[in-house]
Design a protein around this ligand. Sequence first.
Ligand SMILES: Nc1ccn([C@@H]2O[C@H](COP(=O)(O)OP(=O)(O)OP(=O)(O)O)[C@@H](O)[C@H]2O)c(=O)n1
Ligand SMILES: C[C@](O)(CO)[C@H](O)COP(=O)(O)O
Length: 263
Amino acid sequence: MTLPLWVIIPAAGVGQRMQASCPKQYLSLAGHTILDRTIDIFISHPLVAGVLVGISAEDAYWSDSKWCDHDSVHCFVGGKERSDTVQEGLRYLFNLTGIKQQDVLVHDAARPLLTHAALERIIHHHSEQGALLAVPSKDTVKRQQCGSAIVETTLDRNIIWLAQTPQRFPARALLDALEKAQAQGIAVTDECSAMEFMGWHPDLVVGENSNIKITLPEDVLIAEALFTYLAKKNLIKKSLAKAKAKTSPANPRLSNLNSKYHS
Ligand SMILES: Nc1ccn([C@@H]2O[C@H](COP(=O)(O)OP(=O)(O)OP(=O)(O)O)[C@@H](O)[C@H]2O)c(=O)n1
Ligand SMILES: C[C@](O)(CO)[C@H](O)COP(=O)(O)O
């Protein structure tokens, strides 16, 4: 049986590589902000218990989000690096629910094109060592010589996967791993790296090439085109779900869960 999962959405980055006038998660994608679209993917899923959104202490945009007053959406202040934001999210979750052993999903705010099918695959994938969406490399991959842009070797692409999110791990073990990696000065750019540091071997669950992380200015154009394609094929929703106020929960399952956690 799959228990409802909490989802942590790190959205506290500044989007330095995007070079926009606001953090990239607040840029528009097909009429809504990237962040609102990302939250929408999870909010009405019956196996999502709630969504925790990590925003920057300097954030000036969250209060305008369609989801800011939603019953099942909680906001917390993130940290300097993505890993700090995820750690804060896990601590917030423990305070809010007391849940520690259960799995959580972590999904970048900057990946608003996650399809329903890919979400289903990770939600229903049970593994003691955790799991992440990833795609096999389409390209020939070179490793450079240390310190110079000269090819050292070509990697065997049959064993190369590109990591995506959502990534799924037991909440307590994930926080331990992130804290330990940080304490030892190991920079981790995803949850899986922290678990690898602890000796875990998470499952690679096949993702989709369309689940891009919007990072560079041209990615916004690519995302618009992908959105049109995915929406036309009904692989992703065109309109956002109706946002309901804090007093009227989105669905009875969530309402029951929330009252259980808060009691
Ligand atoms: N301190 C941080 C840094 C990043 N993120 C989030 O982690 C996700 C993936 O990070 P990335 O794409 O690198 O976003 P930015 O850090 O904003 O981009 P850049 O590295 O170009 O500044 C994004 O949703 C971003 O908002 C976060 O929550 N807290
Ligand atoms: C988690 C991630 O999106 C997996 O591809 C990625 O590692 C985030 O890294 P970034 O350094 O924040 O771009």
